[in-house]
Design a protein around this ligand. Structure first.
Ligand code: MCA
Ligand code: AMP
Length: 485
């Protein structure tokens, strides 16, 4: 494979520079070009492929292969429960599933031909010609307020424009070595965390699972950037503040070029504790599955805690009132963030109405995030339009999908789900349950297992509160504000 590829120019150089490292397994650019190129050559006629997205080298090779082949990839959360997995597979209709040899796949994937990913495969013939920028690259499933998750179709242009805008904002280049432990079935871990370094010709070290020790080790051994969700930075802040503080961790963070947080708001207290212990400021960027990245504090800009920085290159951003009229700047000018630009998704797969609803008449994407802006354009996110969307550990979770799952438990007569503040997770999922039989009510473990087995472990309730009746208004709608009180 010698022709430069549009998405990954560095692959054509076939260099011995490290590209990917997972634990003690590494692939150089030359090895990645060989293994991904050889897999890509076998995908030619597939319409769409599912990828069993464990946090491993194999997942990265499979996604790069699909991108080289121009075959849209659907990353699957390997912890997804049977209900949700069946939905994603039926909705996205992949022609086959790519999985690491030895990975056991659940019954929901039985109908799909399986191709084992060989991260050590040698070079194959010429790769297929890459398609144009409007062609779908990835389909990433994301929760809404009601119903099952929707597949956001992300064109190749969205990936290149967002990653190149981040190069500009963060001065991200081939010398950067990124460390992270994010899951590889969402935008943050996969697009920013794997495709990002590969597009730059730099490298990434994935920790497999998050630990402050792993972060400290890698940053002290040459990694330059850290990506994480606020829960990870919260755990870092805790480790830095406990007892005499974790000196190796403090030294590691002090020496990093860039510490970036995203997927949810990083609380001021965690910002402060990290800054006190390390002299370094974590910068925040704001994105969404449907839009990829919209804003960021710039590497050369003023870090301002509580803000997500300024619009990225190529992104048009406005803040509007209920009637769609732009609001001004200042602390009282609250409105919804709407965006336009090459970073956007093209549609929700098989959901034309949902796609149409997501955009204003003049083509702006409605994020549902409420914000104010400082006079110089720094954006501060102050809340969300839909209270039924919960962010827990950086994962977006719709209350409706959990309520539906809870209602299928034989011990549950009625159920409502809310999010409550949680120092570690940002928000914690709380289930309000009316039991069928007050004497034999299902406990939190039983309900958590029930939800985890159907949907996914991160969607499980962490707290259960029992009621004899849920507060409903005259239309029968549950009054969630009353529940919170
Ligand atoms: C616990 N577990 C269970 C159950 N209870 N499994 C089955 N049934 C149960 N009842 C297991 C879990 O699978 C997991 O296994 C372990 O117990 C702990 O799970 P959990 O409590 O969920 O983990 P945690 O410690 O709370 O995780 C914190 C985390 C995680 C590591 C920060 O929330 C995380 O990785 N968040 C990242 C989310 C993210 O990437 N969001 C990006 C989307 P085991 O221990 O084996 O793992 S947002 C996005 O992409 C946009 C574009 C953006 O802006 O970034
Ligand atoms: P998702 O739909 O899972 O991609 O999550 C996107 C949502 O995460 C956005 O709509 C925001 O509500 C939230 N989000 C992402 N980054 C940030 C951030 N830095 N600060 C606050 N909220 C964020």
């Amino acid at each position: 494979m010698n022709a430069p590829t549009a998405l990954f120019p560095a692959l054509a150089e076939r260099s011995s520079r490290p590209a990917l490292r997972f634990g003690d397994r590494t692939l150089s650019y030359a090895e990645l070009a060989a293994s991904a190129g050889s897999l890509a050559a076998t995908l030619g006629t597939a319409r769409r492929v599912a990828v069993w997205a464990t946090p491993t080298l194999e997942t990265a090779v499979a996604v790069v292969a699909a991108l080289l082949a121009g075959v849209p990839a659907v990353p699957l959360n390997p912890r997804t429960g049977d209900r949700e997995l069946a939905h994603v597979v039926a909705d996205s209709a992949p022609s086959l599933v790519l999985a690491a040899a030895g990975d056991e796949l659940p019954a929901a994937l039985d109908g799909l031909p399986r191709v084992d990913i060989d991260a050590t495969a040698g070079p194959a013939g010429a790769p297929p010609v890459e398609p144009g920028p409007g062609h779908p690259a990835l389909i990433v499933y994301t929760s809404g307020t009601t119903g099952p998750p929707k597949g956001a179709v992300l064109p190749r242009r969205a990936l290149t424009s967002t990653l190149d805008a981040l190069r500009d904002a963060w001065e991200w280049d081939a010398d950067d070595v990124l460390v992270h432990a994010l899951p590889l079935f969402h935008v943050h871990g996969l697009i920013l965390g794997i495709i990002g370094p590969l597009r730059r010709g730099g490298s990434v070290r994935h920790l497999g699972r998050f630990s402050t020790e792993g972060v400290a080790r890698e940053l002290n051994a040459g990694a330059t950037m850290l990506f994480g969700v606020p829960t990870m930075y919260h755990r870092i802040a805790e480790a830095l503040s406990e007892g005499h503080g974790d000196a190796a961790l403090a030294r590691a963070l002090s020496g990093a070029r860039l510490l970036v947080s995203g997927s949810a708001a990083l609380p001021a207290r965690d910002h402060e504790r990290i800054a006190e212990a390390t002299g370094r400021t974590v910068i925040e960027r704001y994105g969404m599955t449907e839009t990829l990245m919209n804003t960021s504090v710039r590497a050369d800009g003023e870090p301002r805690a509580g803000t997500v920085g300024v619009p990225l290159h190529g992104v048009e951003l406005r803040v509007v009132d209920e009637e769609g009229r732009p609001v001004g700047t200042g602390p009282d000018a609250v409105g919804e963030i709407q965006v336009r630009g090459p970073n956007l998704f093209t549609e929700y797969l098989n959901r034309p109405e949902a796609t149409a609803e997501a955009f204003s008449e003049d083509g702006w994407f409605r994020t549902g995030d409420m914000a104010v802006r400082d006079p110089d354009g720094y954006v501060r996110i102050v809340g969300r339009k839909a209270t039924d969307l919960i962010k827990s550990g950086g994962y977006k979770i719709g209350a409706g999908e959990i309520e539906n799952a809870l209602m299928e438990h034989p011990g549950v007569r009625d159920a409502a789900v809310t999010g409550e503040p949680d120092a570690d997770l940002g928000q914690r999922i709380v289930a309000w349950i009316v039991p069928e039989d007050a004497q034999h009510r299902p406990d939190v473990t039983e309900l958590a297992d029930h939800v985890a087995a159907r949907l996914a472990p991160h969607k499980r309730p962490r707290t259960v509160r029992y009621m004899s009746e849920l507060p409903r208004n005259d239309l029968g709608k549950i009054m969630k504000r009353a529940l919170r009180a």
